[in-house]
Write a protein that binds this ligand. Sequence first.
Ligand SMILES: CCCCCCCC/C=C\CCCCCCCC(=O)N[C@@H](COP(=O)(O)O)[C@H](O)/C=C/CCCCCCCCCCCCC
Length: 218
Amino acid sequence: MADSVAAEEQKFCLREVLDTFKSCLSENKEVYIEHYIAGWRGLVRFLNSLGSVFSFISKDAVNKIQILVNYINGENGSHYATIQSMVKYELENGLVDLNKRGSHPESGCRTLLRLHRALRWLELFLERLRTSTEDSKTSVMCAEAYNESLAQHHPWVVRKAAGMAFCVLPGRPTFFEVMNVGTPEQVVAMLGDALPLISEVYQITEELYSQHNLLQLP
Ligand SMILES: CCCCCCCC/C=C\CCCCCCCC(=O)N[C@@H](COP(=O)(O)O)[C@H](O)/C=C/CCCCCCCCCCCCC
């Protein structure tokens, strides 16, 4: 009994994960890196529950999360409280490889940019899921969202591997079940609430990176 209660408590719930993105924004619209990372951690947990075929994707995400965690916990951690403070600190101290990879191949700015691009994929995918019908295919929605976003930054071999992984995504009913939000109507409502927040976090980061010419970091 205790075990099943514990298992129930740990069961993945997408609502909780997407709520994390809510807590990303400070009053003056700065993006807290710690909460941003927490959101990605939850999503990785969801991805892992879909099977080992996605592990090459989750490993890359975990790797990038870990790089940022190391900065947060490092001696200059206070500069990594928000994306805004990180950008300022790394640029002012010459800690970003701006044109080609050199002495700072894993800067916070370039690492977060990879997750930022993936956030656009997430936004596009969730919007498709929200407006999907019973016979819509998750693999198609996922591939379309990917082609409109992340794919433009990936080499052929990664695009090919991603495309193959999408083909084994479970169908929409199973997908909704794993999300553990409730009925399809509740899923749609929850996505309607969460998407504007994800979109806001994305837009704020996009503008910041654009102002500083950081959108193509190597
Ligand atoms: C109900 C919906 C819930 C959706 C749940 C989504 C779960 C997604 C969880 C994690 C997403 C992974 C984020 C991937 C970050 C990729 C960052 C990236 O672009 N990395 C590449 C470039 O890095 P550098 O070499 O420059 O350091 C790297 O080459 C990538 C390698 C792995 C392949 C990435 C494919 C990304 C596909 C994203 C779609 C995930 C499909 C999930 C299906 C639900």
